[in-house]
Write a protein that binds this ligand. Structure first.
Ligand code: NCD
Ligand code: ZN
Length: 346
């Protein structure tokens, strides 16, 4: 038996949804994580400070008895977003970041941004007050191949934006490429990058070889193996630019196993055991705490958690639920395709 105790982790990119889905899946994150940056791509999206306050209340009401999970709220940036509303929501402590979805880039992003010029007043205010911008870093130009969309976003959107507004604090969400990891590493202290659990485990072959695997389909889509290995090097490096954002994104099975299947992997249930497995494989168990529990709070200027989480490795593989049964329908838990011997000791 082997074990490791780390400060309780946080999830710096999480989809909690709403209603019956929220009720069904929230315990899966609240079990292991102390806090999470909650994505605002509901229908309709969380746009104003008032929307975020109401959504936060719904999340807190959906928490299981005794859970201490703290949702850190974000606003969905639109071309109509009011800089003063953002500043007030940040000053009150309610909102911790604003999320940029290029219109059409992913699930529920049609209300996102088409023209960055239109949101510059908001971004300038955010730069002035130090409020981070979380970016879904993919261009949506139909001419750009889906596997190239992250690298092209860095060159044509992110890099010019950061040159124009150097004080703006930016998180590159769910990076999936060597280019993303290299850019984040060189980004100085105004830049961070989240990495998901699943992008450390699957490449595009897992998605496409031997039959299409809808539960491995997410956005940004998994890339070739060299990119997965670059993400592993980044996550396990201990470097402060990189921190965990699971992007756990539940969709009911009927919408994943569909002719036009939804994007999203649901990893809230087994992320910490999977990360222990990955970090052990990389000989970096001693750096798991930096990735999952220290680098994120440091970037967001929040204290690290004082409570601890213990992971234990047993001789026999640990069985995780295959699905979480919610009132909205069943949600398939991410299956890494190998036996996992780690589990969180409760
Ligand atoms: C996310 C979702 O379903 O909301 N899906 C995904 O594949 N990651 C949206 C997102 O973060 O892109
Ligand atoms: Zn996401």
């Amino acid at each position: 038996m082997q074990e490791i105790t780390i400060r309780r982790p946080d999830d710096w990119h999480l989809h909690l949804r709403d209603g019956a889905m929220l009720q069904g899946i929230l315990p899966e994150s609240a079990r292991d994580f102390a806090r999470a940056i909650v994505m605002p791509n509901l229908v309709p999206p969380v746009v104003t400070g008032a929307d975020a306050a109401a959504y936060r209340d719904r999340i807190l009401r959906a928490l299981p008895e005794g859970a201490t999970f703290e949702p850190l709220m974000t606003l969905y940036l639109t071309e109509g977003t009011d800089p003063a509303d953002v500043a007030a929501a940040a000053a009150s402590g309610l909102v911790k970041a604003v999320k940029l979805y290029p219109a059409g880039a992913t699930t529920n992003s049609h209300g996102g941004v088409r023209d960055l010029d239109k949101v510059m007043p908001v971004l300038e205010r955010m730069a002035a007050i130090g409020l981070p911008l979380c970016t879904h870093g993919e261009v949506t130009d139909p001419e750009v191949d889906i596997f190239d969309r992250e690298a092209v976003f860095i060159d044509t959107v992110l890099s010019p934006l950061r040159a124009r507004l150097p004080e703006l604090r930016v998180v590159m969400e769910h990076i999936t490429t060597e280019e993303g990891a290299a850019y984040a590493l060189e980004g100085g202290d105004t830049l961070g990058a989240t990495i998901t659990t699943h992008h450390l485990i699957i490449n595009r072959n897992h998605l496409l070889v031997g039959g299409i695997k809808p539960h491995y389909y997410c956005l940004p889509v998994a890339k070739r193996e060299a990119h997965r290995l670059a993400l592993r090097r980044a996550a396990t490096s201990g470097d402060g630019h990189f921190f965990l954002g699971t992007d756990s994104a539940p969709h009911v099975d009927a919408l994943k196993e569909h002719a036009c299947g939804c994007a999203g992997c649901f990893t809230a249930t087994n992320t910490m055991p999977l990360l222990a497995h990955v970090f052990e494989e990389e000989g970096a168990l001693d750096r798991l705490e930096a990735f999952a529990s220290l680098n994120g709070p440091a970037f967001y200027r929040l204290p690290a958690n004082e409570t601890r989480l213990r992971l234990v490795k047993s001789a026999a593989p640990h069985a995780f639920p295959e699905k979480i049964l919610t009132e909205a329908g069943p949600v398939t838990v991410f299956n890494p395709g190998f036996p996992v011997h780690w589990h969180v000791e409760s």
